[in-house]
Design a protein around this ligand. Structure first.
Ligand SMILES: [Fe+2]
Length: 280
């Protein structure tokens, strides 16, 4: 019996059928949270298993869940086995609404630099963000030849969609590309240069929409928010995610780039497929 195996048995007392997997880990975390006292104040739950949603009385650290909060709660000993730690973070990214503004007419320039359109010399307005991430399947294998599309409103809160940019033509930042795509290589990595998302009327939580396609199939449509943004809990889409773990899986850190003279950010967001049959 390897150290990893022994460690797991000591932790759980039994071996999950088929070995460790992310679904098992998600259940484990939920069970752990339920054993805490938070769930005494649950309200407004529907559908899924009861989770601690009494956010009005919940410790602040759980109001905007952070993966570190969960991991910290288990203690370092649980994750001393390197492979175990890595494997168990692969909780599938939840699907979320596409929203009304997937571009109705894709731009001519749809590369992965949303800051500069074609050979323009004028960049988009906004806080430049270097967005990176990987597309992985649930067991951690990089997904090659997956096309990641992103779209978001410009710094003036206008989407590249005639229903939005039509009425707001004067407001639109004509130098923001609004949409981009990138096809992953063997490492499953994607990268974009875009702006840090901003709120817009009806959506207090800034977010970047994304869609993953492969072989002509849509595998996942979702969006991610800015971790810790004050608008998140007032946002209907974000607060509609009732499961605390799912909420954790649709937020990303926007970290200031050290010594950047123009206030750039970096953001890393891994997309984990496998939640729905479509994502095969
Ligand atoms: Fe949106």
């Amino acid at each position: 019996m390897g150290a990893r195996h022994a460690h797991r048995e000591a932790m759980t007392g039994s071996e999950p059928e088929g070995g460790l997997n992310s679904a098992w880990f998600a259940d484990f975390v939920r069970d752990f949270l339920e054993r805490l006292s938070f769930n005494k104040t649950c309200h407004g739950m529907s559908g899924r298993r009861a989770l601690p949603l009494g956010i009005s009385t919940m410790p602040k650290s759980l109001l905007i869940p952070n993966r570190r909060v969960f991991l910290g709660a288990f203690g370092a000993a649980l994750f001393t086995t390197r492979g175990l730690f890595a494997e168990q973070l692969l909780l599938p990214t939840p699907a979320m609404t596409e929203g009304p503004f997937y571009p109705d007419k894709l731009p001519l320039d749809r590369d992965n630099d949303l800051i500069i359109i074609s050979d323009s010399t004028t960049p988009a307005v906004g806080e430049i963000t270097h967005l990176t991430g990987r597309v992985l399947n649930a067991n951690g294998t990089p997904v090659k030849d997956a096309t990641v599309e992103i779209w978001q409103c410009d710094a003036n809160a206008v989407y590249l969609h005639t229903r939005d940019s039509g009425p707001k033509a004067d407001q639109q930042d004509k130098h923001f590309q609004g949409f981009g795509h990138f096809t992953t290589g063997a490492a499953g990595e994607y990268r974009f240069r875009t702006i840090k998302p901003v709120p817009y009327p009806g959506r207090p939580a800034p977010h970047i929409h994304f869609k993953v396609k492969k072989g002509g199939r849509d595998l996942l449509t979702s969006q991610f928010m800015v971790r810790g943004h004050e608008g998140n809990l007032r946002d209907g889409v974000f607060s509609g995610v009732r499961d605390l773990i799912d909420r954790e899986l649709v937020v990303a850190d926007f970290i200031p780039v050290k010594d950047s003279k123009i206030g750039e950010y970096r953001c890393h967001f891994d997309i984990i497929l496998g939640r729905t049959p479509n994502e095969g």
